[in-house]
Design a binder for this molecule. Structure first.
Ligand SMILES: *Cc1c(COP(=O)(O)O)cnc(C)c1O
Length: 347
């Protein structure tokens, strides 16, 4: 890592690995808007095969992938049901509404980030001209704001059956779907095959510098490809970016278990400090959510500032709340240094 910091703010800070840089430098390229970039085509095929869908679409970001998915599933004035703490609802600029004219019904997640079937049933609109038409259910797996929690195959299958029986589609915001799969030691297909579309990020724990892939049926992706162009996402010689994604999918998935193990190790290390209070069940995957006890006498921002002086960057997600995210560039030695830095700051 070039920076002198141990950066736990997010797994988006990951730099490409040396193997990725080499693959990027040597990638065969073409005009992807003409469908002629062999590296983009290879990435899209590899991604689709991994998640058990017919086709894939390389997009600039997870946000763009989710937006395109919703524009493709929903028409103007249609409604998507999603969680109140969904990334798409909270952190994607409201793009589905501002750009897509897609309305959203937000329901509370369960503690594990899932949407209860009863709540989904209650949110489906009646066939009445006063109401928008319910078209889509959007899940998030792993669920960021719910603590990096994951949903199991049986749940994904149940929601898909529920939706399909009612003529609805299911999209998964699977920015970290491989974390969800690795944490449960299941083939990722078990989490993705039952649904109609899935977006996952190459640029988080998988370390690629840029991009996400949206996967679905051939027909769905053909329509999605039109929306990508429409949004200015036709990127021409994008194989130079996609090459990093190919390495990410081939080499970086299984090792995510190391990030999960280090999250556990960090949680254990930090558990000696009574000023820190962990969320129940945290960490579920690669992220740790913790709170400062009242007695700590410091705000999260003050602690973060003092940690920064000691070479550690943490995410502050509330007045007394932190998020610490494990990734490829955080090894065992770094975990120990973080525990020590917290000790110095908390005193
Ligand atoms: C990061 C993230 C996204 C969006 O990805 P970007 O590439 O940053 O646009 C979507 N959903 C979840 C759950 C994420 O964590």
């Amino acid at each position: 890592m070039t920076a002198p910091f141990i950066d736990l703010r997010s797994d988006t800070v990951t730099l490409p690995t040396p193997t990725m840089r080499e693959a990027m430098a040597n990638a065969p390229l073409g005009d992807d808007v003409y469908g002629e970039d062999p590296t983009v085509n290879a990435l899209e095929e590899l991604a689709a095969a991994k998640v058990g869908h017919e086709a894939g679409l390389f997009v600039a970001s997870g946000t763009m992938g989710n937006l395109i998915a919703m524009l493709t599933h929903c028409g103007r004035g249609d409604e998507v049901i999603l969680g109140k703490r969904a990334h798409t609802f909270l952190y994607e600029g409201g793009g589905i509404s501002t750009l897509g004219s897609v309305h959203s019904a937000q329901i509370w997640e369960q503690a594990d980030g899932s949407l209860a079937l009863d709540d989904l049933a209650a949110a489906i609109r009646p066939d009445d001209l006063h109401a928008p038409r319910t078209r889509l259910i959007a899940l998030e797996n792993t669920h960021n704001r719910c603590g990096g929690t994951f949903q199991p195959p049986a749940y994904v299958a149940a929601v898909s059956d529920f939706a399909h029986a009612r003529g609805l589609k299911v999209h998964v915001d699977g920015a970290r779907i491989f974390n969800a799969a690795v944490a449960q030691q299941v083939d990722v297909k078990k989490l993705t095959e039952p649904v109609d579309s899935i977006t996952f990020c190459l640029s988080k724990g998988l370390c690629a510098p840029v991009g996400s892939v949206l996967c679905g049926s051939r027909e769905f992706i053909a329509l999605a490809r039109r929306w990508r162009k429409h949004l200015g996402g036709g990127m021409r010689q994008a194989g130079i970016l996609a090459a990093g994604g190919v390495v990410a999918l081939n080499e970086m998935v299984e090792r995510l278990s190391q990030d999960h193990a280090r999250a556990q190790k960090l949680a254990q290390g930090l558990s000696i400090y009574p000023q820190l209070v962990f969320d129940a069940g945290s960490p579920a995957t690669n992220m740790l959510f913790l709170n400062l006890a009242e007695a700590a006498g410091l705000s999260a921002a003050q602690v973060a500032e003092a940690l920064k002086v000691r070479g550690v960057l943490v995410g502050v997600t509330g007045a007394r709340r932190f998020r610490l995210v494990m990734h490829y560039w955080v090894g065992d030695a770094e975990v120990e240094r973080v525990v020590g830095a917290f000790g110095e700051v908390l005193g």
